[in-house]
Design a protein around this ligand. Sequence first.
Ligand code: IMP
Ligand code: MG
Length: 179
Amino acid sequence: MRQDIERILFTEEQLKGRIAELGAQITADYRDRNPIFVGVLKGCFVFMADLLRCVDVYCTMDFMSVSSYGDGVTSTGAVKITKDLSRDIAGRHVIIVEDILDSGITLSYLKKYLSVRNPASISIVTLLDKPSRRRADISADYSGFEVEDAFVVGYGLDYAEEYRNLPYIGILKSEVYSK
Ligand code: IMP
Ligand code: MG
């Protein structure tokens, strides 16, 4: 798979270090608030597993699945919930866990969708943020790294469902998706 990667942006070591910092921040902010982490599948799975092991507060977790992409590299703009939460979130402090905040369409939809269930609060933690591509009025409360406008894969992020298992994050060669 390495031959499909143009350039490595974040190594395993860099990811580990930054995620430990995010975990420490969340630990400090959510002490005694018993938050519920809501992972957005499937992209969140590697990040969430590493992040939550750096969070030292009582908490629970749940997952949702949304689709907005198909197999392309740009969002279709239409968000569909394909798996909803398994428990009620009324009165809970919700922390949405995302792999990447790109146009922001997915997360702004999700935030509105969950807010009608009367949680005590909703915040967003994203591993990557691509602010240059933002189309919806939304920002992350906790963000790992800012990335340039390039299509990235690895560490949970996919192209057409592949590359999620790369242990680092890299820019995908454009010839891979223009084939
Ligand atoms: P948004 O709705 O445009 O913010 O898109 C968010 C979702 O698009 C993310 O959860 C990813 O699944 C996907 N996405 C956006 N940019 C990339 C990328 O560079 N690589 C892989 N997936 C991406
Ligand atoms: Mg995703």
